[in-house]
Design a protein around this ligand. Structure first.
Ligand code: PLP
Length: 394
């Protein structure tokens, strides 16, 4: 119906809001920045509910759906949920699985806020037992009839260790326990934990996947059955990512494999150079042949060892400060996975709140520096670190 007789007050709201020419074939997915999709009548509404079609933003949105399809493909899962952060993906997963009286076995080096979240579950009578998930004997000691899940990370922060997924999968299967893996550090470019027996994979897409350090977003990937359960809770918790963040991440991820190939090769080159540097005491990188987990990593990761590494220098605060200042284009950042190389000092950032004794036991010394490699020219990167390391000369 033409609105010929409408007044300015009304037209101001409606004019130009509908596109009349064909928009069916845009080269790239448009941004669906709308809280709702209008329905024609009650029959149309019924059909939309039946077909899980678009109605309201918190329930479904085309940009979230597009990103979900992409992540499911990359992680080799049946379905995915897109959440407003990695933490939202982790909390939605845990709350979907959690039952009062149940227990979770978690790795003792998990991302700090994942540990805090798991400790929070004590309030709801859910016990969490932190162990070294690289060690099956430690897991078996605490595994019992109440255990509902084992939760670990593909590559741990900041000591860069991995776990034996096949062995963990067998143990989980024998005991009817779900295996949850955080794949943020490795990404689906390096490994697909679902193909190695994990039941649920969570990702902070904020990091390597989006790769442009401009959006906070996360994902859960699993069977369609689990994702439907998690989705029902997600809609109630409101842990849904915005269309704009989903759109940005989808755009960022289109170049993910190109970036990761370079980030991984830069990490390997840097790890080798650092291990030969006289001022470096130790290098943690799974791609170094002398790393005790090299063979395991090679088997699981197919010669891709990720873009994260860490190394130890003299724990002298003044020298550390000077080293960070000397790093030229490499900056200190409280994030990782971006296209630019960044560094961090875990003892004063991610593990700042951990008692020193406990931190040292995990191998996080006061002289440990974490690197997330970018896509810079390899020689420039090596030169920058070699020059800044001169700080530790005397
Ligand atoms: N998992 C890991 C391994 C992380 O390093 C982080 C954040 O650094 C998260 C999860 C949380 O991600 P987000 O900041 O997107 O919530």
């Amino acid at each position: 119906m033409e609105n010929e007789f409408l007044n300015r007050e009304t037209e101001l709201l409606y004019k130009g809001a509908r596109i009349s020419k064909s928009t069916k074939t845009p080269e790239t997915l448009p941004l669906y920045m709308t809280t709702a999709f209008n329905v024609e009548d009650l029959n149309d509404l019924t059909k939309r509910y039946e077909h899980k079609d678009y109605t309201y933003i918190r329930t479904r949105n085309p940009n979230r759906k597009a990103l979900s399809e992409l992540v499911s493909y990359l992680e080799n899962g049946e379905n995915s949920l897109i959440c407003p952060s990695g933490m939202a993906a982790i909390s939605t997963t845990i709350l979907t699985l959690a039952t009062s009286g149940g227990e979770i076995i978690a790795d003792h080096t998990l991302y700090g806020e994942s540990i805090e979240l798991l400790n929070y579950l004590n309030k709801f009578d859910i016990k969490v037992r932190f162990v070294n998930t690289c060690n099956l004997t430690e897991i078996k000691k605490v595994l019992n009839k109440q255990t509902i899940a084992i939760y670990t990370e593909t590559i741990s922060n900041p000591t860069i260790k991995t776990v034996d997924f096949i062995a963990l999968h067998e143990l989980c299967q024998q005991n009817g326990v779900k295996l949850i893996v955080d794949n943020t550090f490795a990404t689906s470019y390096v490994v697909k934990p679902l193909s190695l027996g994990a039941d649920i994979v969570v990702n902070s897409l904020t990091k390597f996947a989006n790769g442009h350090s401009d959006v906070c977003i996360g994902s859960i990937t699993s069977t369609d059955e689990f994702i439907q359960q998690a989705n029902a809770l997600q809609v109630l918790l409101g842990t849904v990512a915005s269309p704009f963040d989903s759109w940005l991440c989808e755009r960022g991820m289109r170049t993910m494999d190109l970036r990761l190939a370079k980030q991984n090769s830069n990490a390997l080159a840097l790890a080798k150079a650092l291990s030969e540097n006289p001022y470096v005491k130790k290098v943690n990188y799974l791609g170094l042949e002398k790393n005790p987990q090299y063979e395991l990593a090679k088997r699981q990761f197919k010669n891709n060892f990720g873009g994260m590494l860490s190394f130890e220098v003299e724990p002298d605060k003044e020298k550390l400060n000077h080293f960070f200042q000397q790093l030229n284009f490499v900056h200190y950042a409280m994030t990782l996975g971006g296209f630019r190389t960044t560094v961090a000092h875990p003892a004063s950032s991610s593990h700042h709140d951990m008692p020193r004794k406990e931190r040292l036991k995990l191998g996080i010394s006061d002289g440990l520096i974490r690197i997330s490699t970018g896509i810079e020219n390899t020689d420039d990167l090596l030169k920058t670190f070699a020059t800044a390391l001169q700080t530790f000369k005397e």
